[in-house]
Design a protein around this ligand. Structure first.
Ligand SMILES: C[S@@+](CC[C@H](N)C(=O)[O-])C[C@H]1O[C@@H](n2cnc3c(N)ncnc32)[C@H](O)[C@@H]1O
Length: 265
């Protein structure tokens, strides 16, 4: 798999001041990015993103799968309550963040693409949302600081999925929920063949069972799942504190700063 060794922006505290809001920059210094991730650094990707996003699930599932239907599932499964704090990982233009903020939740919406975050700010309706330029593999937040984590299609792009999962599990409170929408490994040989060229740019199509095992080892159980062709939407719940037996795999420890071979791809 092609890997790029592009260095992340080096500033750790620089702020991008915008007309309506500001985006806090907490990007790590030496992170590595796949070509798929780098494509999101381009202004044109951010400009065209919403055109694709509105149609993406209908095209991928080959049924009428609107954003409203996806957002309704997010609300039904997460049952967001006023005052809860969520982390939106790979927010792009802030779709999931806005749904949660509507329920008077606080949302920290992160992305590695400054242009995506700027587009999110420009779209407006951002009350309750803080946009931060952050890489999920290096979350600058304390343990157990979020009631829930939402991940809309960004799981397919992470450079080191295991490290990202470990970070998300760490910042989630006991009993907290993780809502994930992602493209999973196709269950047909033809589907897997179609997915193959995308893997060259670093896109991953996680195997659903391997992903569930990885999260189980981090103390999370899969409680809901809806699968339409290669689109999987799943809900995981973190164990209460007393029964948590999080086993951090040695590969995760080793992975700090050095992308390990991804066991769930
Ligand atoms: C397919 S878009 C998902 C958009 C959004 N969640 C939604 O539902 O519309 C993937 C986004 O994840 C971001 N991303 C990829 N890797 C990331 C990482 N390691 N940390 C934070 N964001 C990341 C990309 O920049 C891109 O904006």
């Amino acid at each position: 798999m092609l890997r790029s060794r592009i260095k992340a922006n080096s500033a750790t505290t620089k702020r991008y001041t915008l007309a309506m809001n500001s985006i806090i920059n907490k990007m790590p210094k030496n992170a590595q990015y796949t070509l798929a991730q780098i494509s999101n650094f381009l202004p044109i990707t951010a400009q065209l993103y919403d055109l694709w996003r509105e149609r993406s699930l209908s095209l991928l599932t080959r049924e009428n799968y609107s954003l409203d239907r996806e957002f309704a599932l997010l609300e039904e499964w997460l049952q967001p309550q006023a005052g809860q704090i969520f982390l939106d990982v790979g927010t792009s233009t802030g779709n999931y963040a806005r749904v949660l903020a509507k329920h008077n939740c606080g949302v920290t919406a992160i992305d590695i693409s400054k242009h995506m975050l700027e587009k999110a700010v420009q779209r407006g309706n951002n009350q309750g949302i803080t946009y931060e330029h952050v890489n999920v593999e290096y979350l600058p937040y304390s343990d157990s600081s979020f009631d829930g984590v939402v991940i809309g299609a960004s799981l397919n792009e992470f450079h080191n999925t295991e490290r990202a999962l470990q970070q998300m599990a760490r910042v989630l409170k006991p009993n907290g929920k993780i809502f994930i929408m992602y493209l999973c490994e196709s269950d047909t040989a033809f589907g897997r063949l179609i997915q193959q060229p995308f893997k060259l740019s670093g896109v991953r199509f996680p195997n659903r069972e391997k992903l569930a095992i990885s999260l189980e080892q981090l103390g999370l159980q899969r409680v809901r799942a809806e699968v339409r062709r290669a689109v999987a939407i799943e809900l995981f719940v973190k164990a209460p504190k007393s029964s948590m037996q999080t086993q951090v795999q040695p590969s995760l420890v080793r992975a700090a700063g050095k992308p390990a071979k991804d066991p769930i791809k």
